[in-house]
Design a protein. Structure first.
Length: 308
């Protein structure tokens, strides 16, 4: 299978982890979900991300998920989230995933890093632990992990760590940072792929600032795919019109603590997965929230019809 490179672009959908109502991994829903994402036009997939309930899985379950996704994904690249408190556990999941055919792995910094030197040294140790043949996606998500990585530190990591080939850009606000990273490249630093997260909440602006696409898991992946395609075609008005039609539901799904329940409910409602269940701890949507989501979907459908 091809390995991830700095040239990666498009939309890599962050996949949920489907469970049945007992909390057991649902392999049938995994296959249906992967097929759904690819049918919508995804360029790749990412599993075991923060919205994939990775900390709730055993190593054996994580490997099972990776194997099932790869079997259905065919030649499409699959990135595996391997973030862990210790490097030994990270290496074990990374080695098994790459042996199965993963394109690369994604790593977020642990929350105990406090200085620029600590952050840069951490990713150097990660690269040494995983080996030079394992492409790494640096996940920059300070709102979730509490570690702020400046553009200067990212520049340092990219210069010193050749296996870091992609940045998952989830800083917020982060548009100026994205521009700075691209300016650093224009001044001579190695170019890397930059895909953006946060459910695509700033996707049109991020594409204008130089992003290569999106890596996130909104329940309507066609939003990211259509917006990225319109941006690439230079039709920013079309990109914004598409984005605006989905924005109320994107906003609703961005609620801290409730976003995964919303996403899984919508995926189940769309017939992508059999159950909206989360593995404990995790609560389903309350009836009032379900009514709100359903109303947003109706409104969204109407606005998309008006776009034609």
């Amino acid at each position: 299978m091809p390995r991830l490179t700095e040239a990666a672009s498009g939309v890599y959908v962050i996949a949920a982890t489907p469970f049945d109502d007992r909390g057991v991994i649902d392999t049938s829903s995994i296959r249906a979900m992967v097929s759904f994402y690819l049918d919508k036009g995804a360029d790749g997939l990412t599993v075991l991300g923060m919205m994939g309930e990775a900390p709730k899985l055993t190593l054996a379950e994580s490997v099972l998920l990776v194997r099932e996704v790869l079997a259905e994904a065919g030649e499409k690249p699959v990135i595996v989230g391997v973030s862990a408190p210790g490097l030994a556990a990270m290496r074990e999941l990374s080695e098994q995933s790459m042996a199965l055919g993963a394109a690369g792995v994604m790593v977020a910094p642990p929350g105990n890093l406090r200085t620029d030197d600590q952050i840069a040294e951490y990713f150097q140790q990660v690269a040494e632990t995983l080996g030079p043949d394992t492409p790494i996606v640096l996940q920059d998500f300070p709102l979730a992990v509490g570690v702020v990585i400046s553009a200067g530190v990212i520049d340092r990591i990219v210069r010193n760590t050749p296996s870091v080939v992609m940045l998952k850009h989830e800083d917020w606000p982060g548009l100026a940072k994205l521009s700075t990273l691209r300016r650093q490249e224009a001044e001579g630093r190695r170019r890397i792929s930059i895909l953006c997260g946060n459910s695509g909440l700033f996707l049109p602006e991020e594409m204008q600032r130089g992003a290569d696409g999106a890596m996130t898991g909104f329940a309507y992946p066609e939003m990211m795919i259509d917006v990225v395609r319109a941006c690439r075609a230079g039709d920013m008005d079309r990109a914004r019109d598409i984005f605006d039609a989905y924005l109320p539901l994107i906003r609703y799904e961005q609620q801290p603590g409730a976003g995964l329940a919303v996403r899984k409910y919508v995926l189940a409602k769309r017939g992508v997965i059999a159950s909206a269940a989360q593995r404990r701890p995790g609560a389903p949507l309350a009836p009032a929230a379900i009514a709100e989501v359903d109303a947003l979907i109706v409104r969204q459908t109407r606005r998309l019809a008006e776009l034609g």
